[in-house]
Design a protein around this ligand. Structure first.
Ligand code: PRP
Ligand code: MN
Ligand code: MG
Length: 182
């Protein structure tokens, strides 16, 4: 285990098995159609590349970068698109791929934006979900794991830009983020 972790929450094998199940479910649901897979950079990149290879219907790839700003007076926050899709979402079946849904701010804002562009459908897949932290309502169509409110890293998820390349998901030691705040 990585020295900065307190424990492993999900092993490589557990993640891979769940990703295969989600891929099979998505393949069945989209049978006879093609899909526009949208990766929300950077955190989703690992899940995106694993999930895409488990989806057996024709798929295009596209990428977005968003940053969300929480606002104490408005729990739904504000989301800025820092890099937009290259493709036109109109008339496409869009599947947004995320690593984690935390407060729900990012996706509660992003989903209607893609719907307003005329997408035929917009659905959401996430490997991790923290429902206990939700501030904005989000319908999760493909949910990997519901996890407790702990500071998780690995499999694409970072703390201050680090730990994304850890191949499993672990809980960060409190001493790591306490020390770094100073
Ligand atoms: C994280 C995560 C989700 C979002 C979830 O991204 O990858 O995109 O926050 O939070 P929310 O549900 O409260 O909106 P982050 O902004 O850390 O960027 P990153 O993916 O580049 O790490
Ligand atoms: Mn992200
Ligand atoms: Mg992050």
């Amino acid at each position: 285990m990585h020295k900065d972790l307190e424990k492993i929450l999900l092993t490589r094998e557990e993640i891979a098995a769940r990703v295969r199940e989600l891929g099979a479910q998505i393949t069945a649901d989209y049978e006879g159609r093609s899909i526009l897979l949208v990766c929300i950079l950077k955190g989703a990149v690992t899940f995106f590349s694993d999930l895409a290879r488990e989806i057996k219907v024709p798929a295009e790839f596209d990428f977005m970068v968003c940053s969300s700003y929480g606002d104490a007076t408005d729990s739904s926050g504000f989301v800025k698109i820092r890099k937009d899709l290259d493709s036109d979402a109109a008339n496409k079946d869009v599947l947004i791929v995320e690593d984690i849904i935390d407060t729900g701010t990012t996706l509660s804002r992003l989903k209607p934006i893609l719907e307003d562009r005329g997408a035929k459908s917009v659905k959401i897949a996430t490997i991790l979900n923290k429902p206990s932290r939700r501030k904005a309502n989000v319908t999760v169509d493909y949910n990997g794991f519901e996890i407790p409110d702990a500071f998780v890293v690995g499999y694409g998820l970072d703390y201050a830009g680090r730990y994304r390349n850890i191949p499993y998901i672990g809980i960060l030691k409190e001493s790591v983020y306490k020390a770094r705040i100073l």
